[in-house]
Ligand binder design. Structure first.
Ligand SMILES: Cc1ncc(COP(=O)(O)O)c(C=O)c1O
Length: 377
C-alpha cells in the first residue's frame, strides 16, 4: 500500500537523535534547528525523558480514560504551577488541532453562540473546526466546514472592535503566528481583545500550540501581555514528540459528563512524557535558556545585512530571504547539514530545542555566514 502523499519531504532519514543533533544511516550528523515542526522542546532522546517513558512502559503502558489515572493529576498540578494557571482546569487530548477543536467547542457550549473571529495568516490545525479558523482559502473553500468564521487583520483594533460583538462565541489567536511567518500580536492588542471579549461575552482562545511551553522566553507567549485568556491550547513541545495536547480551561467554564472526550487523550505514557518535559524544563532552566539564546541569535542574525526583517522571541525566530537567496534553506540542509523550517518560500523559521547551546548557535551562525558569502559569488 502506498502512503497517502500529502507531505513534501526531504530525502533524509534520521535514525538517531541526541540533544540538538540527528544522524542518518550513513552516520552523517545534522544540527536540528526545527525539531520536526517545533515539537522537540527538551532535545532528542533526553536521558530523563527516555528513562521516565521506559519505566512507565514497563509498568503499564497504555490505558485510556475509563479508569482513574493519577499521572493526569500530577501533570495538571505541575503544568498549573509552572505556567501560573493553577486555578484553571486541564483537558488532555492528542494534538494541536484537537486542542483547538475542543476549545472552540467549549466556547460554543459556554456562550451558546457559533461565530468565530480569527486572524489573517492564522494556522490552527487540520480538523474541520481548526481548519475553518485557519486562513487558507485553498483548503477552506474546497469543502464545507460548517463553521462561521470571520478573518480580520492582526493588530488592527478598529477591525477587532467592529467584528467582536454579542454574536461571537470565540476569538482565536496564536500566541505568536508560526506557520503565518513569525508574526506577533502586540501586547496592547491582546489586552484590547481581552476587554472586547469581556464586554461581548465572547471567549478568548490563545493558541499556544507552537509558541507555548517556554519557547518564547515566557511559559506561554501571551504572558508578555499580562492577560488571562478563557482557553489556552497546547501540544507540540508538551510531549517532546510524544503525541499529547491539552486545553487549559478557565474555572468559570463548567464540565459535565460527556461534554468532551477522547480514547487516547491523557494516557499513561503521554502523561509521563508530559511530566518529564516539565521536569527537564524546570531542572535545566530551559525557559531562561530560550530567552538568553534567543536574544543572542537575534542580535547576531541582525548583523547579516542580506537577511530581511529578522525577528523573534526566545527561540521562535524568523527572517525573510530576498529573491536571490531563496535557495538558502536547501543549502543549509544539503551543504551544511542543518535543518531549519520555512513559512512560505521566503521566510526561514528557527524552532530549535529549548536546550540549544551557544556553541550550537555559533555552528549555525558560521554556516550561515559561509552560505551567504558563497551564494553571492
Ligand atoms: C499554532 C498552531 N496551532 C495548531 C497546530 C496544529 O497542531 P497539530 O498538527 O498537532 O494538530 C499547529 C501546527 O503546526 C500550530 O502551529
Amino acid at each position: 500500500m502506498n502512503l497517502y502523499n500529502v507531505y513534501p519531504l526531504f530525502d533524509i532519514t534520521p535514525i538517531k537523535g541526541e540533544g540538538s543533533y540527528l544522524w542518518d544511516a550513513e552516520g552523517q550528523k545534522y544540527l536540528d534547528l526545527y525539531g520536526g515542526h517545533a515539537v522537540i522542546s527538551i532535545g532528542h532522546t533526553h536521558p530523563h525523558y527516555v528513562k521516565r517513558i521506559t519505566e512507565q512502559l514497563n509498568k503499564i503502558g497504555f490505558y485510556s480514560n475509563s479508569i482513574k489515572n493519577p499521572i493526569q493529576s500530577e501533570l495538571s498540578d505541575k503544568l498549573g504551577a509552572i505556567s501560573g494557571y493553577m486555578d484553571y482546569q486541564l483537558f488532555l487530548c492528542n494534538s494541536g488541532a484537537e486542542a483547538n477543536e475542543n476549545a472552540l467547542k467549549l466556547a460554543s457550549f459556554a456562550s451558546g453562540r457559533k461565530k468565530v473571529i480569527a486572524f489573517n495568516k492564522s494556522f490552527h490545525g487540520r480538523t474541520s473546526g481548526a481548519v475553518a479558523a485557519t486562513d487558507n482559502p485553498k483548503i477552506v473553500s474546497s469543502f464545507n466546514t460548517g463553521h462561521e468564521v470571520e478573518f480580520i487583520p492582526l493588530n488592527d483594533k478598529e477591525a477587532a472592535d467592529k467584528a467582536i460583538n454579542e454574536e461571537v462565541a470565540a476569538v482565536i489567536i496564536e500566541g505568536i503566528q508560526g506557520v503565518g511567518g513569525i508574526q506577533f500580536p502586540e501586547n496592547d492588542f491582546l489586552a484590547f481583545l481581552r476587554k472586547k471579549c469581556d464586554a461581548a461575552g465572547s471567549y478568548l482562545i490563545l493558541d499556544e500550540v507552537q509558541s507555548g511551553y517556554g519557547r518564547s522566553g515566557y511559559f506561554f507567549a501571551h504572558q508578555s501581555a499580562e492577560i488571562k485568556p478563557d482557553l489556552i491550547t497546547t501540544a507540540k513541545g508538551m510531549g517532546n514528540g510524544f503525541p499529547i495536547g491539552g486545553v487549559l480551561i478557565h474555572p468559570k467554564i463548567k464540565p459535565w459528563a460527556g461534554q468532551l472526550g477522547t480514547t487516547f487523550g491523557g494516557n499513561y505514557l503521554a502523561c509521563v512524557a508530559g511530566l518529564a518535559v516539565l521536569e527537564v524544563i524546570e531542572e535545566e532552566r530551559l525557559i531562561q535558556n530560550a530567552e538568553k539564546l534567543g536574544k543572542y541569535l537575534l542580535q547576531e542574525l541582525k548583523s547579516f545585512s542580506s537577511l530581511e526583517n529578522v525577528r523573534g522571541r526566545g527561540l521562535m525566530i524568523g527572517f525573510n530571504l530576498p529573491e536571490n537567496l531563496l535557495g538558502l534553506r536547501n543549502d543549509l540542509l544539503y551543504k551544511y547539514k542543518i535543518f531549519t523550517g520555512a513559512a512560505g518560500k521566503e521566510v526561514i523559521r528557527l524552532l530549535p530545542s529549548l536546550g540549544l547551546k551557544k556553541k550550537e548557535a555559533d555552528e549555525f551562525l558560521e554556516a550561515l555566514s559561509d552560505a551567504l558569502k558563497n551564494s553571492k559569488q
